[in-house]
Design a protein around this ligand. Structure first.
Ligand code: NAG
Ligand code: NAG
Ligand code: NAG
Ligand code: NAG
Ligand code: NAG
Length: 589
């Protein structure tokens, strides 16, 4: 017996040695068990603009190839139909109002870099958790989640303080103001009123001065000074939008403003180069890159090679340029032999902006068969976006998943894959996608999804267990204008509060599984489960509301309005101006 165990001791000892040696080798960076992540998000891209989602005239071969080689999600849902709240939810894995980014009134996104609202420092982004697992992280492109709190350089909302080792791009977003001559997105109608007020006050002041000078009437000096001050104030506020080009449209590298105003002509090329360089610099250790494109937000700008090439004007040219960017990023991963240990993700922050068009044609996207678009609350066109994951060797090629999934799912999926811990002190609204994508389960964990319009609960989606149905209940709908139109053409963008919406009692009910275009509301006559659905949903709403905690509103006027002392600036304020020399090679992380 003793001989027997001795005889066994030696080989098993050797085996342990070999296994542990291999384990150690397995931990070196060449065959690191931690996958890399490349996340690519387009701005305002409609689901109907992509070949693999049914478009047959726009050419998107690279995106289509990504879907062929990976998993395509057909019911991938943004947590909000607008940039700032959708991105906040994406970064935190939680509905935007949990971080105070749900709009109360007409301000629905961050409007000025010189405001104080943004993603609160108390939020933990997935990037921060990946850093804790040894990842090097970068965001290249658009942020739009705030910058400063109290002073020009505190950068309390800056990506570097939200888990990103490296930032190159737009702390704000692309806006019409960024291209001179395109008009203003921000408060254009208020600006007109202010102009009228300025003219009125100016005329009034002139009259007072003349009447006084001519000795027709004794006008008190106080009154003249008061009118003059009011005139100055109105003029000053009216003038602000003309400075937005310089104030909002800037590029930063980490904490430094490197270009102000930014040069759109070379922007795409510079963003892709930065993204590629980051991957090259970090290819031997785990990394996460978030390439957040400025395209296809207006003003549409197209690099030379793409102008006039598509069948859909400048908008189509933009989508085809996006496809080229995606192709270059995927090629970079493949060329570096990183494909088998890199999870690639492609999506859009929300649906296309269908109201955006002018004499030259459509400038916003196309949401396919889905009703509504950007900023239209719970209507499907504003929240159903493309969602593609590719990971050769781990995810089956060509798989299509029709179950409901959310952009908020990226958070737990990445953190789990990286071996990290999900936060236990707060509610997460996303679910790990790997079980679904690897086919270990057939059902999405999203039995209910809550669709917000600003901070107001607009609609609820219910995927009842054991059923294919996808019920959607709308509690209110945005008022389209002119009446009968498919969007808010008169104001330019829909809003979520009071006079801008119609409250519905009973609510509208659709079954997206049979009516994805939300064209025929169901009633107790046409849907046997009608009463049950309304009851289950109202119960779910009650439970959901109990998980919410009051948060300071980051989009209040007080937090949004421009303040000179918060304005990022290179050079001397207010004459901020600098430009990046071509071909600058970044030195950081
Ligand atoms: C393809 O996209 C263009 C541009 O957005 C749109 O006009 C067209 O209707 C789309 N085609 C299909 C088949 O969805
Ligand atoms: C592993 O990473 C370290 C630093 O992170 C680097 O210096 C080294 O070259 C890498 N090793 C390999 C084999 O790539
Ligand atoms: C990638 O892998 C191929 C074949 O395994 C090899 O020939 C090539 O040199 C590798 N490229 C890099 C950049 O490591
Ligand atoms: C990736 O994995 C597949 C199979 O899992 C293998 O055939 C292929 O050679 C691998 N590619 C690289 C670049 O390592
Ligand atoms: C930057 O590039 C443009 C066109 O590509 C060129 O005209 C200009 O001279 C370059 N500027 C510098 C500083 O290299």
């Amino acid at each position: 017996m003793e001989h027997f165990s001795l005889l066994w001791c030696l080989p098993s000892g050797l085996l342990i040695l070999i296994v542990s040696a291999r384990y150690c080798v397995g931990l070196d960076n060449e065959s690191s068990p931690k996958p890399n992540f490349v996340l690519m998000m387009v701005d305002d891209l409609g689901i109907g603009d992509i070949g693999c989602y049914g478009n047959d005239t726009i050419r998107t071969p690279n995106i289509d190839k990504l879907a062929l080689d990976g998993v395509k999600l057909s019911q991938h849902i943004a947590a909000a139909p607008l940039c700032t709240p959708s991105r906040a939810a994406f970064m935190t894995g939680r509905y935007a109002l949990r971080s105070g980014l749900g709009a109360v009134g007409r301000v629905q996104v961050i409007l000025f870099l010189g405001g104080s609202g943004g993603l609160p420092p108390s939020e933990t982004t997935f990037a921060k958790l990946l850093q804790r697992e040894g990842y090097t992280t970068a965001i290249v492109g658009k942020w739009h989640l705030g910058l400063n709190c109290e002073s020009r350089n505190d950068h309390c909302h800056h990506p570097n303080n939200h888990g990103f080792n490296y930032f190159y791009g737009l702390p704000f977003t692309l806006f019409n103001d960024c291209k001179l001559g395109e008009g203003s997105d921000v408060l254009a109608d208020i600006q007109l009123k202010l102009w009228n007020l300025t003219v009125l006050l100016g005329l009034g002041l002139l009259t007072l001065v003349c009447v006084h000078a001519a000795g027709l009437l004794e006008v008190s000096r106080m009154l003249m000074v008061l009118v003059a001050l009011l005139w100055l104030l109105a003029f000053g506020v009216w003038y602000v939008p003309f400075r937005l080009h310089t104030w909002n449209c800037i590029l930063m590298r980490n904490q430094e403003v490197v270009e102000q105003p930014m040069n759109l002509e070379t922007l795409t090329e510079r963003l892709v180069n930065e993204a590629e360089h980051f991957v090259e610099r970090n290819q031997h250790k785990p990394f996460m890159l978030f390439l957040s494109l400025a395209h296809v937000h207006t003003p549409l700008f197209t690099s030379k090679g793409f102008a006039g090439k598509s069948k859909h004007g400048i908008y189509g040219d933009n989508v085809e340029e996006v496809d080229w960017v995606i192709g270059r990023m995927v090629n970079a991963i493949d060329r570096l032999n990183l494909s088998n240990r890199t999870l690639i993700y492609f999506t859009s922050d929300h649906g296309g902006f269908i109201e955006d068009s002018d004499a030259h044609g459509q400038k916003g996207g196309w949401n396919g068969i889905y009703r509504g678009g950007k900023a239209m609350g719970g209507w499907e066109g504003g929240i159903r976006v493309p969602g593609i994951f590719r990971w050769p060797g781990r995810l089956a090629a060509g798989k299509v998943i029709d179950e409901p999934t959310s952009l908020m799912d990226v958070y737990p999926t990445l953190v789990n894959l990286a071996g990290g811990q999900l936060p236990k002190d707060r509610v997460l609204d996303g679910h790990d996608l790997m079980p679904l994508m690897e086919g270990r389960t057939e059902r999405s964990e999203h039995e209910f999804m809550f669709h917000y319009c600003g901070m107001y609960l607009n609609a609820v989606r219910w995927h009842p267990p054991g059923s294919d149905a996808i019920f959607k209940v709308h509690f209110f709908t945005p008022n389209f204008s002119p009446p009968g139109a498919g969007g808010c053409y008169e104001i330019g963008i829909c809003m979520c509060h009071k006079e801008f919406v119609t409250y519905l009692d009973p609510p509208l009910l659709f079954n997206l599984a049979t009516d994805p275009s939300e064209s025929t509301p169901l009633s107790s006559e046409t849907e046997p489960r009608y009463a049950e659905v309304l009851q289950r949903v109202s119960h779910a709403v009650e439970e959901h509301l109990q998980t919410l905690q009051p948060m300071p509103n980051q989009l209040s006027w007080e937090n949004v309005l421009w303040r000179p002392w918060l304005q990022p600036c290179c050079g001397t304020f207010p004459f901020c101006s600098c430009s990046e020399a071509n071909g600058t090679v970044p030195s950081a992380a």
